[in-house]
Design a protein around this ligand. Structure first.
Ligand SMILES: [Zn+2]
Length: 128
C-alpha cells in the first residue's frame, strides 16, 4: 500500500513539529536549571510516537539506573501543552516537570530537526 503525500500532509506535519518545539521550550523554562542539567545525563530507552494520535510514549532510565520510568505526552496544540505524565515520584507527588519529561522532550525535538529539514526540502522540490 502506498499513499500519496500531499502538500497539506507536509504542512500539517511541519506544524506538528513546530508545536513540539514550542512545547519543549515551555517545559524547559518551567524547570529548575539543575533539573535540566540532570535531564541531559539520562538515557531515553525507547520512544514511540503514535501515527494516528500523535501521542508520544517513552521510557527513561532512572538516574541511579535501576528503574525505568514511563513518560507520555499528548500532542501540543496552539502553543499549549495539553497532557503529560511520568510515573516517577517527583512528578506524581509534587506535580513538577520532572527530569524524565525534560529528557524525552529534548531528545524528541533534537531528533525531529532532521525530519523538519527533510519536509522543508520536500516542499521545495515537489510543491514549490
Ligand atoms: Zn519523572
Amino acid at each position: 500500500m502506498s499513499k500519496t503525500i500531499t502538500p497539506a500532509d507536509v504542512a500539517a506535519r511541519k506544524a506538528a513539529l513546530i508545536e513540539r518545539g514550542k512545547a519543549h521550550k515551555i517545559l524547559s523554562e518551567c524547570a529548575e536549571a539543575r533539573r535540566r542539567d540532570r535531564a541531559n545525563t539520562l538515557t531515553v530507552v525507547s520512544a514511540i510516537e503514535s501515527s494516528s494520535t500523535g501521542a508520544l510514549r517513552a521510557e527513561v532510565q532512572s538516574s541511579k539506573g535501576g528503574k525505568v520510568y514511563t513518560v507520555t505526552f499528548d500532542p501540543p496544540k496552539n502553543g499549549r501543552i495539553r497532557g503529560f505524565s511520568c510515573n516517577c515520584r517527583d512528578h506524581r507527588d509534587r506535580g513538577v516537570v520532572c527530569k524524565h519529561m525534560l529528557a524525552v522532550s529534548h531528545r524528541f525535538v533534537a531528533q525531529k530537526r532532521d525530519e523538519y529539514k527533510l519536509l522543508v526540502d520536500l516542499e521545495k522540490l515537489f510543491f514549490a
